[in-house]
Write a protein that binds this ligand. Structure first.
Ligand SMILES: Nc1ncnc2c1ncn2[C@@H]1O[C@H](COP(=O)(O)OP(=O)(O)OP(=O)(O)O)[C@@H](O)[C@H]1O
Length: 590
């Protein structure tokens, strides 16, 4: 329950609206009580009229009729007003809960954005999504319906019980006695319903994940003719879902009969005990009718105590899960807001780095220097730590040992936003957002003009491909849009980086899906940009790196060879072997 205390800041923010909600609850309850009073009065005046008729058969009914019509009009009027104030009550309290839900989602999303890459590696995407959707919805049920029903039940009990005791303490005792039983049984039934609906929900997630994976991998599925098998697996999951739902509906079916039974019990007691009291002359007949209305008014709020308790328990568990993520301190924080003239000098001094989640030592006492304006290339076998070097320069992870200096300053002291703004990074796996191609390129820099987008696309050698699409730069990519080839995606991703014209360019094996000719063309287009900036080129191909000022050959996170193309070729090591092998493949291909 303590976890819910963190919501107090929101209650404080919307305190006036909540207070207005409380006022509307009270008014609507008062308009609910008024008809009961009038019904009692009506019974009494009718009873008096019957007695008067017995004494005098010429009794004039017109007064009675007028009075009953007046009561009827007042009863209808108060019911309308009760409805109106209930509408206001929902409009304030439920709308506040939606505001709080909105604020919470923003708070969680903001926190997600601050968290580092390692956090995303540790947690599954489904879990992150659940906390911002499912868990927030459950908490909203607490800030909305639970608070509203609690106010309602509190007000109803506070206003009705004294009136009931005033009219007949004995009858009140008998009528109210079954209500705690009602609240407790509803609590147990709702708890069971919640447990079952969670199982249904979990099974639904399992089905969704299964279907999503099947659709994403549909090409592989069809190629291996696994449709039949996939259908069988789907059927199994769907059967589980069906069984879980059956169990849920069995319990759900118990809910209303249980309520009706307990209301019936209270009504029978009212009539029975009320009858005894009337015969004994202790109460008027009208009080019985009044109490029956009260019983009906009290049942739902009292039943809601049980329901609300289970809502609060669920909300507390969800809020705890949300707080768990909100409490996570980002491992990588911006240490300073200080502006700096970024030049792009990089110095690795005996740097070691182990990935925290896998324990794999990707970089081992690595040292190298990249002077501003120069180009450095890194080659090496797969898994040798090349991309990790790029990750460390972008400070997606912090180094474990040694020092990484940016323009002579420890990277952990450099303004993180400035650092990242000055890097044009093209990752190994091109990622495009579900948006137009133009917007994907412009993502690199706010306010990029159309000419700049086209110029970047031309330099990345993708302009002609884009113009071949019917909608040109407006062509949508991603789901429901066109599917770009691997090479086209890589080039759009290059255009996105170069539109920034960044002082430091990092190309992480981003030309692997284009042929050598296109690669040559892109590299010659980019020559001017590469010459102007500091650049780090990671590649498997000698053709991409041979013009770099300095080349490092990595193995197991260490440098095994270094120099420029000519010196490395003379050394006769891994680099020369790689060069010759690639030359041979090229000759074989042509
Ligand atoms: N995010 C990560 N979490 C845990 N381990 C990782 C992560 N990324 C890479 N590794 C591991 O670190 C080692 C170095 O990986 P890295 O991606 O730097 O290699 P690479 O030289 O770029 O390989 P490739 O040429 O195949 O892209 C590998 O053993 C890899 O399994």
């Amino acid at each position: 329950m303590k976890s819910l205390l963190s919501l107090n800041k929101y209650f404080y923010k919307y305190r006036w609206k909540l207070l207005a909600g409380l006022l509307f609850v009270a008014i609507s309850v008062i308009f609910g009580i008024l008809p009961a009073e009038l019904v009692r009065e009506s019974f009494n005046i009718v009873e008096d009229a019957i007695a008067a008729y017995r004494e005098n058969p010429d009794f004039d009914y017109s007064d009675l009729r007028n009075q009953l019509i007046l009561y009827g009009v007042i009863i209808i009027g108060s019911s309308l007003l009760k409805g109106l104030f209930m509408f206001f009550m929902r409009q304030t309290i439920i709308v506040v809960s939606r505001h709080i839900e909105y604020d919470m989602k923003n708070e969680i999303y903001d926190q997600y954005q601050k968290l580092s890459l390692a956090f995303y590696k540790r947690n599954r995407t489904g879990d992150l999504m659940n906390r911002i959707s499912e868990d927030v919805s459950r908490v909203r049920m607490y800030v909305g319906p639970a608070i509203m029903y609690t106010m309602n039940v509190g007000m109803t009990l506070l206003l009705i019980i004294p009136i009931m005791i005033y009219w007949s303490p004995r009858l009140s005792l008998y009528v109210l006695a079954p209500l705690p039983l009602l609240a407790t049984s509803i609590y147990y039934v709702s708890r069971k319903i919640n447990v079952k609906s969670e199982q249904v929900q979990r099974q639904l997630s399992a089905i969704s994940s299964f279907v999503q994976e099947t659709f994403s991998g549909i090409r592989v599925l069809k190629a291996y003719v696994r449709e039949e098998k996939s259908l069988q697996e789907f059927n199994e999951e769907a059967n589980h879902y069906f069984d879980r739902n059956k169990e849920l509906f069995r319990i759900n079916a118990l809910f209303f009969p249980l309520m009706i039974l307990l209301i019936g019990l209270s009504t029978i007691l009212t009539v029975y005990i009320g009858g005894q009291e009337t015969i004994a002359g202790k109460i008027e007949t009208g009080v019985i009718a009044q109490f029956i209305i009260y019983v009906n008014m009290l049942t739902w709020p009292v039943a809601s105590i049980g329901w609300v308790t289970s809502l609060v328990q669920r909300a507390a568990a969800s809020q705890e899960r949300i707080n768990e993520f909100l409490r996570v301190e980002p491992e990588i924080k911006n240490p300073s807001e200080e502006e700096l003239a970024f030049k792009g000098g990089i110095h690795f001094k005996e740097v070691s780095f182990t990935y925290p989640d896998t324990g794999i030592k990707a970089i081992d006492k690595l040292s190298f220097k990249l002077e501003p304006g120069k180009s450095l290339a890194i080659v090496g076998r797969t898994g040798s730590g090349k991309s990790t070097v790029a990750n460390l320069i972008g400070r997606l992870y912090d180094v474990d040992e040694g020092e990484l200096l940016i323009d002579g300053q420890d990277i952990r002291k450099v303004n993180l936003d400035v650092l990242r703004q000055n890097i044009g990074y093209v990752p190994q796996e091109a990622f495009l957002f579900s948006n137009s191609i133009g917007a994907n390129i412009a993502f690199g820099r706010d306010g990029a003009s159309e000419e700049e987008i086209i110029a970047a696309a031309k330099n990345a050698h993708v302009h002609d491909n884009i113009m071949d699409f019917p909608d040109g730069y407006q062509t949508k990519v991603g789901e429901r849009g066109v599917t770009l080839s691997g090479g086209q995606k890589q080039r759009v991703s290059i255009a996105r980086a170069i539109i920034k014209a960044p002082p430091l360019l990092i190309f992480d094996d981003c030309l692997s899906a284009v042929d050598t000719e296109t690669e040559e063309a892109i590299l010659s287009n980019l020559k001017k940009l590469i010459d102007q900036s500091t650049s780090l080129i990671i590649s498997h191909r000698v053709s991409s790196v041979k013009n770099a000022d300095h080349i490092l050959v990595l193995e197991n996170g260490r440098v095994i060879e270094e120099g420029n193309h000519d010196t490395l070729m003379q050394e006769g090591g891994y680099y020369q072997e790689m060069y010759e092998q690639q030359l041979l493949e090229l000759e074989k291909g042509s």
